[in-house]
Design a protein around this ligand. Structure first.
Ligand code: KG4
Ligand code: ZN
Length: 348
């Protein structure tokens, strides 16, 4: 245990400044500073506000993580940092910090993909990921199905959303129901008191003809519009909007599609492990439904605890740790931040 590499991870791709420390698959520290409250009144993340907040939070968050882990920068074997995808200015803060610490302490640095880190974080809770696995990646900016045959060197995208990401749909529907930003956790909470069968909302790209061309793809924009039309009709009629029922029915539609498509990908690829990552993986209904339906097909579902699903530094450290253990070479010190880093690039 003690001879496993000690890895520090830095995450600044969106509105969370995260610094995590792991040894092998063991989580030692996960320090987080969020600027979410500063964005709430705008109904979405404001890039300039996020960048400034990262600048202010990065050094204190770094200090907290090292203290929490009971280590010093000199003890660290490698520094991993999210190099993309994400907000350009926000990413730059983390990448510049990682380079500064790496030069100062003479440590190797790994520029990593935020989305691959959302998959790798599960190893902190459930140990090494059996490969091949299918990953369902559902965050505020992405919704994808991936075949993971080598998380250290590359993943194969099977499908993705053709319009809104799952988290984006949660956030937009929450907004039209008058719930705060980010909406996912609020919909999750409201839905607990609602009836998921109250309203039959559409399941995007699940009709027989769509399955031919878009078997592994998602679409949530039609669902979002259907919810908006339904709510508007109630308001026009002067009737109250049953928020818990709308939330539960919407959530049911999203989860139904995500779970069925993920399990279909597992069966299609002959894969027995499904790992779910990204902020939406914190959703209680998604977790329960995936477990339930996967069990019927003999498929094992791995989902990290909710606190590790949303953005954090531990996930970046987890991926860094996996890269080091797999013998992947570190990045060059002039590694760039790439706001549009493709899903297939695990590290740069
Ligand atoms: O992965 P993440 O923290 O940031 C990105 O990389 O985008 O994901 C944030 C997204 C937001 O859209 C948020 O509403 C959603 O994850 N989310 C949830 C829940 N918790 C966070 N969606 C549904 N249910 C939740 N419990
Ligand atoms: Zn994320």
């Amino acid at each position: 245990m003690a001879d496993e590499p000690l890895i520090l991870g830095i995450e600044t791709s969106c509105d969370e400044t995260g610094v995590g420390v792991v040894r092998g698959h063991t989580l030692l520290a996960d320090a987080l500073a969020s600027s979410v409250d500063q964005h709430a009144r705008f109904g979405g993340v404001v890039p300039e506000v996020a960048s400034r907040a990262h600048l202010e939070a990065i050094v204190p968050t770094m200090r907290r993580a090292l203290t929490e882990a009971g280590v010093t920068l000199a003890d660290i074997d490698a520094i991993a940092v999210t190099a993309g995808p994400g907000l350009a200015g926000a990413l730059l803060v983390g990448v510049a910090a990682a380079k500064g610490y790496a030069v100062a302490a003479e440590k190797p640095v790994y520029g990593v993909n935020h989305l691959a880190a959302h998959v790798a974080v599960d190893t902190l809770e459930h140990g090494p990921l059996p490969e091949p696995a299918i990953a369902l990646l559902v965050s505020g900016g992405h919704s994808s199905l991936l075949l993971v045959d080598d998380l250290a060197r590359g993943v194969t995208p099977l499908g993705a959303t053709i319009d809104d990401a799952a988290g984006e749909a949660f956030d937009k529907v929450a907004r039209l129901l008058g719930l705060p930003f980010p909406g996912g956790p609020y919909i999750d909470r409201e839905a607990r008191a609602g009836d998921p069968a109250a309203i039959a909302f559409p399941r995007g790209l699940t009709a027989a003809k769509d399955l031919v061309t878009h078997r592994h793809d998602f679409s949530f924009s039609g669902l979002k519009t259907a919810v908006a039309r339904w709510v508007e009709a109630r308001q026009r009629a002067g009737e109250p909007v049953p928020v818990p029922d709308v939330a539960a029915s919407f959530q049911e539609a999203v989860c139904d599609v995500l779970v069925n498509k993920a399990l279909d990908a597992c069966r299609g690829q002959g894969v027995e492990t499904l790992v779910i990552g990204g902020g939406v993986a914190a959703n209680s209904r998604l977790r329960a439904m995936a477990e339930q339906r996967a069990a019927r097909h003999g498929i094992r579902v791995r989902v990290p605890r909710p606190g590790l699903c949303t953005d954090n530094g531990a996930m970046v450290a987890a991926l860094g740790s996996h890269l080091v253990a797999s013998g992947v070479a570190p990045s060059r010190l002039d590694l760039p931040a790439d706001s549009a880093m493709p899903l297939t690039t695990v590290s740069v």
